[in-house]
Design a protein around this ligand. Structure first.
Ligand SMILES: [Cu+2]
Length: 156
């Protein structure tokens, strides 16, 4: 009886090994988020929530206003909350050509380019860069915007 049981367990393990790659793909879950910036220098959301089972996030930023990006440009930048001011301050001098972000800034977890009125842009990132229950914030790094344009991202 014991031997039969072992054989069944072995068969089950082999079956699991064969099935696993497909199961891993099936478990990939892209979660879509949307946020809008305005000519009044505001995002329409103060909080974004990413469910624990999301494997990646596809965030679309839309600029619902009319002003050009040189005057009222917006981006969406994800950081650990304690890094928010440092990223905003460093980005200020980086210029619009760099979307007001310092190239290679390790404090930037994900970011979009700067867009103007009527435009939209998307960034995709893996949730493997996030810790469940971590303290994340997003901001616009256009000079002077982050005091109003910031929010909290929750994962898990
Ligand atoms: Cu902005």
């Amino acid at each position: 009886m014991r031997m039969i049981r072992n054989v069944l367990v072995a068969a089950a393990l082999v079956g699991a090994a064969v099935v696993f790659p497909a199961a891993a793909n099936a478990a990939d879950k892209v979660c879509k988020l949307a946020i809008t910036g305005s000519d009044l220098m505001q995002y329409d959301k103060k909080e974004l929530v990413v469910a624990a089972d999301c494997t990646s996030v596809e965030l679309t930023l839309t600029h619902g206003g009319k002003l050009p990006k040189e005057a009222m440009g917006h981006n969406w930048v994800l950081v650990n909350t304690p890094d928010l001011s440092a990223v905003a301050n460093a980005g200020m001098s980086a210029g619009i050509a760099n979307s007001y972000l310092v190239a290679g800034d390790k404090k930037v977890l994900a970011s979009t380019k700067v867009i103007g009125g009527g435009a939209s842009t998307t960034v995709t990132f893996a949730t493997s860069i996030l810790k469940k229950g971590g303290d994340y914030s997003y901001l616009c790094t256009f000079p002077g915007h982050n005091s109003l344009m910031r929010g909290v991202l929750k994962f898990g």
